[in-house]
Design a protein around this ligand. Structure first.
Ligand SMILES: [Zn+2]
Length: 125
């Protein structure tokens, strides 16, 4: 898709809405590979020069998300990508798979999630 000020606004709006629903702090959003390359190297470590290959990349440690607008073919894929990356932010321990995909589908349907809490390593009754 072609990035213009209208689309930028739409994307940031969606990120705001879904971040609220998923009870996460709104991540910083990068929309071009140039922004990825211009970001501090320690923030984009691991997926810096390879970021262009993906629809989206989450840099979990830095609350940073890259949405590769240029590579994304249509609005549906765009929405999917936004929700996919924000699900990574809300469920940082979860790898890709059935459970992950289910959460993405629920997110797309408007489901809300309570804030993420790290589980205590001990339990007591
Ligand atoms: Zn992913």
């Amino acid at each position: 898709m072609k990035l213009d000020p209208d689309l930028t606004l739409q994307i940031l709006e969606k990120v705001g809405i879904y971040s609220n629903r998923f009870s996460i702090s709104e991540p910083q959003i990068l929309l071009t590979t140039k922004e990825v390359l211009d970001a501090p190297k320690e923030m984009t470590e691991g997926r810096r020069t390879s970021a262009y290959k993906y629809y989206g990349v989450s840099y979990l440690q830095h609350n940073l998300v890259f949405i590769n607008v240029r590579k994304i073919p249509d609005e549906k894929t765009l929405e999917n990508t936004i929700v996919h990356e924000l699900i990574h932010m809300r469920f940082p321990y979860l790898a890709h798979g059935k459970r992950f995909n289910k959460l993405v589908r629920q997110g797309l349907r408007g489901k809300t999630f309570p804030p993420y809490r790290k589980r205590s390593k001990t339990a007591a009754i």
